[in-house]
Design a protein around this ligand. Sequence first.
Ligand code: ADP
Length: 561
Amino acid sequence: MGRGLSALVLCLGLLGLGAVSWPVLHGRALDRLAQGARADLDLAADALVSLLQQYRETAVLAADYPSVVAAAAAGAGSAEAEARLGRIADKTDLRALRLVARDGRVLSAAGPPMGPRAGGAPLDRALTGALGRGVAVVPPGAPRLYEFAAPVFAPGGGVLGAVLAGVDLDRIDRLWRGAPEPLFFATPAGEVLISNRAELGAVAVRRIGVRGHELWRIDGARELPERALVATRDLPVVGLTGSLLADTAPAVRAALAQLAGVLAAAAVAGAMILTGRARLRAEALAARRLERQVAARTAELRAANAGLTREIAERREAEAALERAQDDLVQAGKLAALGQLAAGLGHELNQPLMAVRSYAENAAAYLERGRPERAAESLGRISEMARRMGRIIRSLRAFARAEDAAVADVDLTAVIEAVADIVRFRARAMGARVDWPEAGAPVWVRGGEVRLQQVLLNLVTNALDAVEGRDGARVSVRMAAGDPVRLTVRDNGPGIAEPGRMFDPFYSTKDVGKAEGMGLGLSISHRLASSFGGELTGRNLARGGALFELRLRPARLEAAA
Ligand code: ADP
């Protein structure tokens, strides 16, 4: 629900609440007003009735006085009766008191004269032996009187006449002049007899009935409220109806204030509910948004995770493939090395074989010429050549042996000697000088004999390649025992063109046509070195040439020795 719609609903709700509560609040206010008016009227009415009762008693008492009874019986007024009535009137504040004969003649009187038909209906009633009361008929301009008539009984019974007591109504009016509420007493005919506002009875009123209350709308009065609630009470004892007018304006104002309070409270409560709902709605929205974000993020993470898992699997596969490829390379490298070796051996064996042939021919010639000592010398040379060839072939066998042999303790000096035998012929042919370490005590390292030979052969061959065709070509192989054992191959060639790439498989700066230019030698050597816990590094020297270093773990046997 939108904000505007909420406000509209709230307004309609408040209107409905107002429409429902107003009659209740208004009715309750009028009820309270009526209660108060009724109590005020009771008070006023009781005061009036008891006052009038006193005058009635006075009339009854006066009718009992012997002088009065005597005058009535005589049918003529007496000074004595007149004085009595005068005293009573003075003491009780009666406006008029008189003794009237059965035929209506006034026998004795106190106070101003009354009209020609003094008494009227009350008198008629008294002459029947009952108590009469009512508004006196007075001459125009005379004060208005309320009249009581008490019968004067003969000592033996029978009505001799009546005593009439006239109460000055104007004086009674004054009793309530100061009363806050307008009130009046009227005859059954509707004539306003007593009132505390002169306007009462003179102004036009319109009656409006509201919830069992009599309301009057009064126009054009100065002393009277515009709208009044009218409380009424019949006063049978005096034959009047009392009415009191209570201004409804304060009651309506109070009811309005209450209504305003109710509406304000409802508005606040409604607004709180609406804003509370709005906040709840906002919170729910925020929560839903957050949930969506979390879901989206979770999906992203899941996808990323799946991607990673895939990548890891791919990497594993790539690693396995690389390992396989490297194994293949090692295998290929071995084959290449074998090829190299075979080529080297071809040269190496060819030369002693040729020498053996010529020494053998020499020996035969010396024997023919009868010079056995020269023949023996030649035979000795032959045997030396044979020994040398045997050594070369041993190397070849070792080279061809299975390479998966476990790491063992190897004498590094023997490895160096074997490699030196292999490359000696080539070095000599190219006029390069190769320095080998001084022969001495074995240096034991961890490794594989053939693999170590392969690594060293590769390093020395590379060095010879580097110095080939140079003046003063020189390669130097050094060994330093310790932990690790260091074997270095140094040359005075041009240096490594790209040291960062030389261990890459198939990286070669050499002619592709050459058997050795496969670019596998260093990568295989590097791998072989690490296969027995060693390390192969290479760098250029500041004064030219390259230096390769093979670090090897010393043999445990040496440590134990
Ligand atoms: P190949 O010898 O078949 O080229 P290698 O892996 O043994 O393969 O050598 C790779 C490359 O490293 C050589 O082509 C060469 O450029 C460089 N290199 C190796 N040893 C030396 C060296 N001693 N001096 C200069 N460059 C060298």
